[in-house]
Design a protein around this ligand. Sequence first.
Ligand SMILES: [Zn+2]
Length: 339
Amino acid sequence: MQKEAPLLLCCDVDPDRESFAAGGDIEKSQWSGLSKGIPRLLEEVTKLERAQGLEIHFNWFFRSDLQMEKTYGDAAWPYRAWEDVAKRIIDRNDELGWHPHLWRLHEDGRSWFQEIEDLDYMDSCLCKGFDAIPDEFRPKVVRTGWDFHNAFTMKRLSDLGIVADLSALPGISDKGALDMKTGKHIVVRDWAGAPDRPYFPSRTDPRKMAKDASQRLSVLEIPVSIFPLPSTMRLARGVRDRLRGAERRPPMSEPYITKSGLLFKAALEHHIAKRDAAEVPMVAEFHADELLRDRGGYSLRNVLENISLAKNLYEKAGMSPRFRRASDVAMELRKRMEE
Ligand SMILES: [Zn+2]
């Protein structure tokens, strides 16, 4: 019998970005990644499941936060406005998680920035966002906006009863990009030194494993399966960064299941070779708007091809892949880690 190995396919369900569809201002934003992309993928996946004899579950993280409240009058607006999609997700035993962003309205009344300092704002964003979610969709798992965490936000999720957080990008640390409209940086996150496999984070630092029970939060951190970029791509990125005058980034990348098979293969091979893949879940990401494309750098077709690729690589390594719900995997991991 082949050993079963867990894979977690995680989708951040944000409004469409400008480069993928008619994005732009949040007021005018479209949600076609959610309304069209997700149902389209689920249809295609049902065919793939039949053809390959696989059972494929995804983890979908919906927005609920103060930007949603200010824009739509309801923090959990996506859960209610797209209730049909949310119900379909629950019906097929996928995970419906939560993707809170810490967006805050700038004093100009139009622009938004990533709040990373004001703890009262973060508190209100997370508590109101969580409370607004309808009971039938109560989330057990979280991926935060831009993978941001500090000691306060991680403890808050733990206090709210969240079973697992899947935001950590071990070894990746970004000071963010300066947004000219607000004079503030966005896409700020710091996961330098974080373990690359599941751990109970410390109360004082989400990047560190708790040393003892008094330091330990109850939320389990399940890190994203970061991998080193293949050397050809590393070169291309180095040149691009030098041209832009950007700071040299470490050659590590997040695995996107919507990206080309070449990249996803590198991510899978790294995971299988370097981590105990029968125990440590392979955590891959994508965004809903990436499903609107049929070809190119990101596409729905890549998701289907990458699932088949994962099946082949895992089987070659003597394992049978299981595409699972994060909360189920988290409960099993917790049990084993607490033994
Ligand atoms: Zn997001």
